[in-house]
Design a protein around this ligand. Structure first.
Ligand code: 4AZ
Length: 287
């Protein structure tokens, strides 16, 4: 299999940003690579990035993926998001199941946490993951087909989210979409202890191809991805929001996947295009 080495470089840089010391180093590397200091997001950093507080009572099917062994216990071991799509099935990003070197990371203590708005508490439920199904078409180099379905050891009966339909066209440019997560609020490794949400307009395939034409900061593929973000930046998903839902009209239309930094002008967030995979996801989840 022929792989673009420059693409590997970028994707490991993206995952590397999960540690806060690493984030600083990554920003320095980014500055050197681009020959400029990374531009600051518009407005004060408040977010998911640029977002507002959210509650798991509003999003009972928005779950946190946890491994205390790998990420520590301060934020309940949270490292990615996910969406409950059936009582024992969680939709997440395939790349959440890989380490920063692109190798499968099978965490023996992988759990799903539901109903815990504040990760510093013990509210809600924690359920162990029994098995992981990674989309066999996932490409870790291009981060395309970025979805996986986890099967829980016990059911969570708090209600599930609906997926957009297979091949349904919900992706018109400027459609408002909402992303929720416990991820980085600044792009500098400031992981949120509490759930956040932000609403961003969808970006056209043409504009997203212009933003990500290829090279070290990624290639947009309209068949498997969709982009969202404000032109001027300031609002976005970020590291550790990965795997969480992008909602359109209350249904799951995207999965947080990748991007060049977070909330930068002209660099929208890239999401898995759920409608393109809806049949496969439903099959994998037994829906
Ligand atoms: C990440 O590292 C990541 N701004 C997720 C989303 C975005 C960037 C990075 C989108 O998992």
């Amino acid at each position: 299999m022929v792989r673009a080495p420059e693409r590997n470089e970028r994707s490991s840089f993206r995952r590397y940003i999960r540690g806060s010391t690493a984030a600083l180093a990554a920003i320095v590397v980014a500055a050197v690579l681009t020959g400029a200091a990374p531009s600051a997001p518009a407005g004060p950093p408040r977010g998911v990035v640029g977002g507002s507080p959210a509650d798991t009572a509003t999003y009972p099917w928005a779950v946190a993926l946890s491994s205390r062994a790998e990420y520590g216990s301060a934020r309940s071991g949270q490292f990615c998001g996910g969406t409950l799509i059936a009582p024992t099935k969680v939709l997440t990003a395939a790349h959440c199941m890989f380490d920063q070197n692109g190798k499968r990371d099978d965490r023996p203590d992988l759990k799903v946490i539901q109903g815990r708005t504040d990760l510093r508490t013990t509210t809600g439920r924690e359920v162990a993951v029994g098995s992981v199904y990674v989309n066999p078409g996932f490409d870790a180099t291009w981060i395309s087909g970025d979805w996986a379905v986890l099967t829980l050891d016990e059911p969570l009966s708090t209600g599930s989210a609906s997926l957009v339909g297979a091949d349904e066209d919900v992706y018109a440019a400027d459609t408002p979409s909402t992303v929720v997560g416990w991820g980085d609020t600044t792009g500098r490794g400031d992981y949120s202890p509490t759930l956040r949400q932000v609403t961003v307009p969808l970006v056209s395939d043409a504009a997203c191809s212009t933003a990500y034409p290829g090279g070290i900061y990624g290639t947009y593929d309209a068949a498997s991805m969709v982009c969202a973000g404000e032109k001027r930046g300031g609002k976005d998903a970020c590291s550790a929001d990965s795997g969480g839902p992008l909602l359109i009209g209350g249904r799951v239309a995207g999965i947080v996947s990748w991007g060049d930094g977070c909330a930068l002008a002209g660099k929208p967030g890239v999401y898995t295009r759920v409608a393109a995979f809806a049949r496969d996801i439903r099959d994998a989840a037994g829906l």
